[in-house]
Design a protein around this ligand. Structure first.
Ligand SMILES: Cc1cc2nc3c(=O)[nH]c(=O)nc-3n(C[C@H](O)[C@H](O)[C@H](O)COP(=O)(O)OP(=O)(O)OC[C@H]3O[C@@H](n4cnc5c(N)ncnc54)[C@H](O)[C@@H]3O)c2cc1C
Ligand code: FES
Length: 332
């Protein structure tokens, strides 16, 4: 296996794939022909806890292209160090390469991490992340002023059909952040919106509440909210699918309702089934482990139904999705 240890070059004389690898892994600006996305410099403006495990990081990203709710970015989660030289080394099972130069030896994640956009104000991007491992653990320690790189915007956004007058957002855990961005877009489109947000317990809910138990963040975006925790320590005790079923049953015209969801896959499966049974539209944002985030590594496949003989085909979660119509997803 060939391992590329790379760094600074302009692309001349190199295979495009190698250049892509370098740009993906390190802080090399990408010369893509697609002017709507690329690698951009970002400066941390603010990075603060919202609850026990979730943080809000606010990034100044001059020149970042237009974004829409449901899109995500790949954020560098390691120091901004550039290795000294490009090295191509042979790597066999018997003789692993001797790695030097800090990039790999320092143990920090090489690959950027996929994170949804939770909001945007001009060139300031908001991301809400949960600390689960090495990358997000490093990010948690990034102080204001830290320089990072960000690849994006990536993925297909949530559609807002002009036939809908009501939207129900269902977010679970780290699926809540993209719902905040979507609530703002729906408010601008004049769609009446309710956000149902679930967490295991109060300490894992990345939202503040007012005296009436409403989420301050969703209220600021013109949306009513229903908060649920599995253990009943905040809001309603129980699953998000219960208030969803009540709202769907109360809808006068289900065809004018769209349900949007992001969170644990089992939750989205039942959100999708309940919604399509009720005759409303449903869009789900799926999550897969992602290396490139832009359709190159083929590592993020999902099974999507189609008209072929076997009835489905593989699609890429990062570039065909992450948002898919619920009825198109083949659940396993
Ligand atoms: C399109 C997309 C949007 C996302 N948006 C957000 C967001 O807005 N906020 C947020 O907090 N997280 C989000 N995630 C998940 C986030 O990318 C992972 O939590 C992050 O990559 C973990 O990196 P790490 O280095 O801290 O953890 P690692 O050290 O890589 O892994 C730690 C643990 O987390 C698990 N893990 C890592 N990545 C994922 C994943 N994608 N799905 C499930 N488990 C995983 C690993 O299996 C391991 O058990 C998103 C993922 C995708 C694909
Ligand atoms: S993450 Fe590489 S193709 Fe999707």
């Amino acid at each position: 296996m060939m391992l590329l240890l790379c760094c600074h070059f302009c692309g001349a004389g190199f295979q495009p794939a190698l250049f892509f690898c370098a740009a993906m892994l390190y802080n090399v600006p990408m010369c893509t022909t697609d002017k709507t996305r690329g690698v951009f410099a970002a400066t941390v403006l603010e990075n603060r806890p919202l609850c026990d495990e979730h943080y809000l990081i606010r990034l100044q990203t001059p020149g970042f292209p237009a974004t829409e709710a449901g899109q995500f970015v790949q954020l560098q989660c390691r120091p901004n160090a550039i290795p000294d030289a490009i090295r191509v080394v042979d790597w066999t099972d018997d003789a692993p390469p001797k790695l030097t130069g800090g990039e790999i030896a320092d143990g920090e994640p090489l690959l950027r991490r996929p994170l949804s956009l939770a909001g945007r104000d001009g060139d300031i991007l908001d991301i809400i992340y949960r600390v689960v491992g090495r990358g997000t653990g490093w990010l948690q320690r990034a102080a204001a002023g830290t320089e990072l790189t960000i690849l994006g915007p990536l993925g297909a956004p949530f559609p807002i059909p002009d036939t809908i007058s009501q939207a129900i957002l269902v977010g679970g855990g780290v699926g809540i952040p993209p719902m905040l961005y979507l609530a703002k877009a729906l408010n601008a489109a004049g769609v009446q919106t309710t956000a149902i947000c679930g967490a295991r317990t109060a300490g894992l809910m990345p939202l503040a509440t007012d005296d009436s138990g409403q989420s301050v963040e969703f209220s600021a975006r013109g949306a009513h909210s229903i908060l649920c925790t599995d253990d009943g320590t905040l809001g309603r005790g129980g699953l998000v699918t219960e208030p969803l079923a009540e709202l769907l049953a109360a809808a006068d015209d289900p065809a004018a309702v769209a349900v949007y969801s992001c969170g644990p896959e089992i939750m989205m499966k039942y959100v999708g089934l309940a919604t399509t049974d009720a005759g409303a539209q449903c869009f789900l944002s799926l999550e897969r482990s992602m290396a490139c985030g832009m359709g190159t590594c083929q590592g993020c496949i999902v099974k999507i139904k189609d008209d072929s003989e076997r009835g489905w085909n593989y699609k890429l979660c990062c570039s065909d999705g992450p948002v898919f119509p619920a009825e198109s997803i083949l659940w396993e």
